[in-house]
Design a binder for this molecule. Structure first.
Ligand code: ATP
Length: 315
């Protein structure tokens, strides 16, 4: 006998938790400011193993609450109202589907605020994926990416993860073949640095160069996936001089990271977080230990590439 059973629809979950990664820019080429105020970018994003977890439950009204997961997170700059990018993301998704729903959003934040690691963008991406699953909206990937781009230039990459080439303002994201596991020593800062102020210093210092294209050698390094000396050839961040103009202490910190054994040092996005390149996990921990001996107390080790926003709990 052949038994046919009708598919039983699963009940909607009560809550969904989505994890989204921090990003670093292995390469950040920044062109001259355009009349619309934006800077054209050529970037190589990498998602690294530092995360925000976002949990959503249905509610009558939108709300957001945030807890810090570690000393690198200072919550004082995070809005707890509709200015929070997580609520903006939720509302954009709801508007796209023309439904009238709201949610309570809880963020467990491991990504530093205004640290140049796109924590807000991670929250936006995680919120969209979480709400999509909570309410079974079945949003297509293309639609999610399009809504993400309206929220901020780093949000599409937070959905995609891995290693990717970003163009436009960074919102046009194409995955890149990366066969390595890259280890980074992350040196956090006590005070955030606003992205807008770094771009203003970039314009003032006339730091834009004509050629921001990513040379094929960099893609080849990623394809080969061999860490070590190649990392110094791989990394570039055109915002570094502008950030150092605003914060001279960062330049001294970068020198200390090299003295502690990193094969290259890199400003993360618009800073102030700094990244030391390591050859492997052991090397990364050794560099971190040497930095700790020299009094740097906000240091961690991460690796990349890791996955973009993905469900970790479903109840
Ligand atoms: P980017 O490199 O994309 O500029 P960043 O890592 O330097 O990002 P974020 O932590 O993403 O900076 O946030 C920048 C500002 O956005 C914060 O100072 C805060 O005022 C505001 N903000 C709004 N929502 C959030 C959120 N969910 N998390 C963090 N900051 C938020």
């Amino acid at each position: 006998m052949h038994l046919m059973s009708a598919a039983v629809p699963l009940p909607d979950p009560l809550s969904v938790t989505v994890r989204a990664p921090a990003k670093i820019n292995l390469y950040l080429g920044v062109g001259r400011v355009r009349p619309d105020g934006f800077h054209p970018l050529e970037t190589l994003f990498q998602a690294v193993s530092l995360y925000d977890d976002v949990t959503v439950t249905s509610a009558d009204e939108w709300s957001v609450s945030t807890v810090a997961e570690g000393p690198q997170v200072d919550l004082s700059g995070v809005p707890d109202d509709e200015d929070n990018i997580a609520i903006r993301a939720g509302k954009a998704l709801v508007a796209h589907h023309g439904v009238d729903r709201a949610a309570a959003i809880e963020i467990a934040k491991g990504i530093p605020v205004a640290g140049g690691m796109a924590g807000g963008s991670a929250d936006a991406a995680a919120t969209m994926v979480a709400l999509d699953r909570l309410w079974n909206l079945e949003t297509s990937d293309d639609d999610l990416l399009a809504i993400a781009a309206t929220l901020g230039s780093d949000v599409p990459f937070a959905l995609v993860g891995g290693t990717a080439h970003g163009t436009g303002r960074g919102e046009v994201v194409t995955p890149v073949e990366d066969n390595g596991t890259w280890w980074w020593v992350v040196v956090f800062d006590e005070v955030g640095l606003s992205t807008a102020s770094v771009y203003a210093a970039f314009d003032l210092g006339e730091y834009a160069v004509d050629d921001i294209a990513i040379d094929p050698a960099r893609f080849q390094i990623l394809r080969r996936g061999e860490a070590g000396a190649t990392m110094a050839v791989l990394v570039r961040n055109d915002l570094e001089d502008a950030a150092f103009d605003l914060r001279q202490d960062l330049e001294r910190k970068a020198e200390a990271i090299l003295q502690c054994g990193a094969s290259a040092v890199l400003l993360s996005g618009s800073g102030p977080t700094l990244l030391g390149a390591a050859t492997d996990a052991v090397d990364a921990r050794d560099i971190a230990a040497r930095l700790a001996e020299r009094g740097f107390d906000r240091v961690t080790v991460v690796n990349g590439p890791v996955a973009g926003a993905h469900v970790v709990e479903y109840e």
